[in-house]
Design a protein around this ligand. Structure first.
Ligand code: AMP
Ligand code: MG
Length: 316
């Protein structure tokens, strides 16, 4: 395992070529996407993928998302039905992950799929991710580039702080615009929401012209790895707090008096983009008790509330 500090790579042509070469050599490269920074490895290389789990301290039953530059590239690894094709055509590149039947000859490491006969795929909407995936020319398995259970990274500095000597290189592409992970839809059967994320569920349902099954519906296939406690800052988190109690730091939303505010104007897109950076700041401030303003539960608010519920859940 790498112990030296990671190479900080500039996102120019030479930097992208160097990062692709590290992936080809079985190394770990953190790269920006529009959602959060990913921790990438060649999805066909068992040893490289095993290094992702080791670096993150991630439970090995937890499958990873495969990143590709185009829909055509995705079709080399999984089978698209009509609904999946409709969603991919409408929303890729973008913050949508599709779980689809794995092609038996795909060559994807079983560590990536946790031995399932489905695979999660995504085409990210970020010029640096697109350039790296195209230069590498193969499937890149990439979870978020943070220690398992901790706050996801939305800047190269967050990655450096969290994974330091455990990654070979970090490609610096600035702050992530969306700021929460992708929405995950299982499309291998009746389309089902597995995780709320950067693409609002309302937009997906409007495209499909039908409602999605929800994670709590009994027909929804179980998604391994949706841990109850996740995205956790050091401090204890209290949700739906109109104001902070004695000894608490308030993470505000809307026009409230607060040390940190996700969006003073109550804009959910701005709040999603700021969420993880605010949680990182609360850690840096040494906040031991955190109160969070109520967040409306529609659009991107569903993804924000999902992450906050997990941040507030009892720790393992
Ligand atoms: P992350 O990489 O942390 O953004 O999370 C990836 C998540 O995608 C996993 O934790 C699973 O919940 C989900 N996932 C990945 N592959 C599959 C799959 N084949 N079937 C169901 N869920 C999956
Ligand atoms: Mg993650």
């Amino acid at each position: 395992m790498t112990q030296a500090p990671p190479l900080r790579i500039c996102a120019d042509d030479a930097g992208i070529a160097a990062a692709a070469e590290i992936l080809r050599g079985g190394g770990l490269v953190s790269f920006p996407t529009e959602t959060v920074y990913g921790l990438g490895a060649d999805a066909r290389d068992d040893t490289a993928v095993a290094r992702i789990f080791a670096a993150k301290g991630r439970p090995s039953f937890n499958p990873l998302i495969v990143h590709v530059p185009t829909l055509e590239a995705a079709a080399e690894y999984c089978v698209f039905n009509d609904l999946a094709h409709q969603l991919a055509s409408a929303f890729w590149p973008g913050a949508l992950t599709l779980v689809l039947p794995l092609r038996p000859d795909a060559g994807i490491s079983k560590l990536v799929t946790a031995g399932l006969n489905t695979v999660a795929v995504r085409v990210p909407d970020h010029p640096v991710a697109h350039a790296l995936l195209s230069a590498f020319g193969g499937p890149v398995a990439a979870p978020s580039a943070n220690p398992s259970g901790r706050i996801s990274p939305t800047t190269a500095d967050h990655v450096q702080q969290g994974l330091g000597g455990r990654v070979d290189a970090i490609v610096d592409g600035g702050a992530c615009a969306v700021g929460v992970e992708s929405t995950i839809i299982n499309c291998s059967g009746a389309p089902a929401l597995l995780r709320a994320g950067g693409l609002p569920v309302e937009a997906l349902e409007a495209c499909l012209g039908q409602p999605l099954l929800r994670p709590e519906d009994p027909q929804t296939p179980v998604s391994p790895g949706q841990l109850q406690s996740h995205y956790a800052p050091e401090g204890k988190v209290r949700l739906n707090a109109p104001y902070a109690d004695e000894g608490e730091v308030l993470l505000g939303f809307g026009p409230v008096e607060a040390e940190l505010n996700l969006s003073r104007t109550g804009d959910l897109t701005e709040a999603a983009a700021n969420l993880f950076a605010c949680l990182h700041k609360l850690d840096a401030m040494g906040a031991t008790r955190i109160a969070v303003s109520p967040i409306p539960d529609h659009g991107l608010g569903q993804a924000i509330n999902d992450r906050l519920r997990r941040a507030a859940a009892p720790r393992p």
